[in-house]
Design a protein around this ligand. Sequence first.
Ligand code: OAD
Length: 257
Amino acid sequence: MTTAPEAQEQLAEVARLLAQAQRVVVLTGAGISAESGIATFRDARLGYWSQFDPEALASPEGFARDPGLVWRWYMERYRGLLQAQPNRGHQALAALAVNTPQLTLATQNIDDLHERAGSRAVLHLHGSLNSFRCQRCKRPHLLTSDEQHSVTPPSCLTCGALVRPGVVWFGEMLPDGMLQTVWQAARACDLFLVVGTSGVVMPAAALPEVARNAGATVVEVNVTPSEVTSAAHHFLKGKAGAVLPALLELMQHSGHN
Ligand code: OAD
């Protein structure tokens, strides 16, 4: 077990590596938004929703089987997101980008809290809950406030088919070119930072190992070990909202930015 002074030393070492890195890739998962009050994907089995499997809801089959159920699930998350604010973890990553020559931020999250904290050019590997489109003709759909509370999905104003969230469902491809971009960035970076993901969903979960095999130092921040911990050189145990600001502060004191 790591003692507090050892953890402090490891934090300082990672801060030093970050301050020296030219190319950094950050991959975030639901854990970074947990402190903003958004339930993580695998903890979201609360209350009424506990009787449903989130992976079954987040699928084309789930939507075909019961569009209303899937719509209500996403609308609950959508309304939650409207109330949520970015936390210190999101803010620290936005600041890190300013202090790093080249930083690529990829997220599996469908929220926009990174952008609201000031991050730019965020790669949303699993799409976005702020966009909606027709499931047939794919035209974007602007959500009305009535539709946010509707128990069934709206219909496309052009072709009449059902409107769906602009997210990536299980069994679907990632947005065009995005995987190649983040894969290349992972292969070319000095330091790969993975934050708050259980690391069970491919292809995102493969990225830490891709980076490690290409020679990068891999650092993980999580409250508990995950499926990608074996790829990490440094495991920083703790909440993203505490560990990331601490890293940034140590970086600033190391005089490299
Ligand atoms: P999960 O819900 O699977 O995992 C959340 C992770 O965050 C866990 O490893 C927690 O230990 C960690 N965690 C919780 N609170 C934290 C905190 N305050 N600071 C740091 N870590 C914390 O979410 P994801 O790994 O993001 O995909 O899930 C990956 C994908 O699975 C999602 O994007 C979604 C889902 O299926 C699709 O819908 C396609």
